[in-house]
Design a protein around this ligand. Structure first.
Ligand code: ADP
Length: 168
């Protein structure tokens, strides 16, 4: 076996995860089949006021992937490519649901390559069951008193209801 084939293949799956959904978990699981290790990276965006804090998102994700031995959860401030350089990671994993996802993902992947030429992005297409799922849709359903069973974990649903569900 050559030296390069022994190197651990690691993908960083970055996102807001506000909250993490079953669509995210699907990409994590499929990524964990293709890569030796998947690092889920919670992006802390100071200009975006989220529903969950960094710690809450990390906790919810850790609960979600607790029985996946080759998946771990981390968080980072600032540019993804700087975080990746610091840790020695070179592959980004992202999911695509729609044509509009494709456009923004293309721009982001190209911008990352301009910033750091050695960083590459791998895309996975959403499973049809999850193509309609987004964190913002989930937040909206819960804030209007709806049911998100099967779209997020029971823990995520409970945590979201505690924050967003209409009272009374
Ligand atoms: P961001 O704010 O960085 O887009 P998100 O948490 O919304 O973070 O999404 C993280 C990644 O997961 C993105 O690549 C997004 O396209 C992908 N993603 C989100 N929901 C789904 C889904 N239902 N199926 C496949 N990919 C998804």
């Amino acid at each position: 076996m050559s030296a390069s084939s022994q190197k651990e293949r690691i993908a960083v799956y970055p996102g807001s995860f506000d909250p993490p959904t079953m669509g995210h978990l699907n990409i994590i699981d499929r990524g964990a089949e293709v890569f030796d290790r998947v690092v889920v990276g919670v992006a802390i965006n100071t200009s975006k006021n989220g529903v969950f804090t960094r710690e809450e998102r990390v906790d919810l994700l850790e609960e979600l992937v607790a029985d996946r031995p080759n998946v771990e959860v981390d968080s980072f401030h600032g540019l993804l490519v700087d975080y990746m350089d610091e840790k020695g990671y070179t592959t980004v994993l992202r999911g695509i649901r729609t044509v509009s996802d494709f456009e923004s993902e293309l721009q982001m992947a190209q911008a990352n390559r301009l910033l750091k030429e050695h960083i590459d992005t791998v895309f996975m297409m959403t499973d049809a069951n999850y193509s309609h799922l987004s964190s913002s849709i989930i937040r909206e359903i819960i804030s209007l008193g709806g049911d998100t069973k099967g779209m997020v974990s029971p823990q995520v649903e409970a945590a979201l209801k505690a924050k967003l569900a209409p009272k009374g």
